[in-house]
Design a binder for this molecule. Structure first.
Ligand code: SAM
Length: 235
């Protein structure tokens, strides 16, 4: 590995570019991935600013534009590990350990985050919705899902699994959100089922896709943003 002078992306203001030698013993695809990761301005910025993931900037950028978070709002974060989105949500809602307003769930363990209740369980477990609602203690203003299925290497399978997570997250959001609340979920370009979009449009006043600058151009990842929940019919 060696340092070379050079200009970096806009977010970091850094000057050194890390290179990994071709003879490093890594497969070429892994070597390129690692090099890109180390030189990614968002990765560097997340380290400098104390966020646990570069994903944190995706939520920050979306929130800057759409103002989803705010003091006192209640938030559920599905697929929360390692915790970048929870960190942002806790800071923006002014959540504290005494009065937590943010609940995150992941089947991976997450190191504690001040102001956040963390559940280590599979969101697809039948008991998950109830556990989430008990932990939050009131209807959420925002349901977030950055869940992605573990990659199998088979693109179509990965795609379908992540779309399934998105659909289950949408059903959950529709069943628990406070009227006027919002739902933000990871999806894939060309992947959002017409049925899911139609269902969301029935329940939210505004539904569209967003691609924050922090989401890599070459990634097929997109976010589905459904705003202003119309509420459930009484009874
Ligand atoms: C892209 S990461 C989330 C990053 C997070 N937003 C952050 O800022 O740190 C996706 C997460 O979804 C989780 N996940 C995928 N399927 C899940 C499921 N069925 N239940 C709970 N978590 C799940 C994965 O374990 C992974 O940690």
């Amino acid at each position: 590995m060696s340092n070379k002078s050079g200009k970096s992306g806009p977010a970091a203001g850094r000057v050194l570019k890390m290179r990994i030698k071709k003879k490093s013993g890594l497969k070429e695809s892994s070597r390129r991935w690692l090099e890109r990761h180390m030189n990614d301005p968002y990765v560097q910025r997340s380290r400098a600013e104390g966020y646990r993931s570069r994903a944190a900037y995706k939520l920050l950028e979306i929130d800057e534009k759409y103002k989803l978070l705010g003091p006192g709002k209640r938030v559920i974060d599905l697929g929360a590990a390692p915790g970048g989105w929870c960190q942002i949500a806790a800071a923006k809602t002014h959540s504290t350990d005494q009065h937590p307003l943010v609940v995150g769930i992941d089947y991976l363990e997450i190191d504690p985050i001040p102001g956040v209740v963390l559940l280590q369980m599979d969101f697809l477990d039948d008991a998950a919705p109830e556990r989430l609602m008990e932990s939050l203690g009131g209807e959420p203003d925002l349901v977030l899902s950055d869940m992605a299925a573990p990659t199998t290497g088979h693109r179509r399978t990965d795609h379908l699994r992540t779309m399934h997570l998105c659909e289950v997250a949408a059903d959950f959001a529709i069943s628990v959100l406070r009227p006027g609340g919002h739902f933000l979920a990871k999806t894939f370009q060309g992947g959002t089922e017409t049925d899911l979009l139609a269902r969301l449009k029935q329940h939210f006043r505004s539904v569209h896709h967003v691609k924050p600058p922090a989401s890599r151009d070459e990634s097929v990842e997109l976010y589905l943003l459904a705003r202003d929940f119309k509420g459930r019919a009484p009874g």
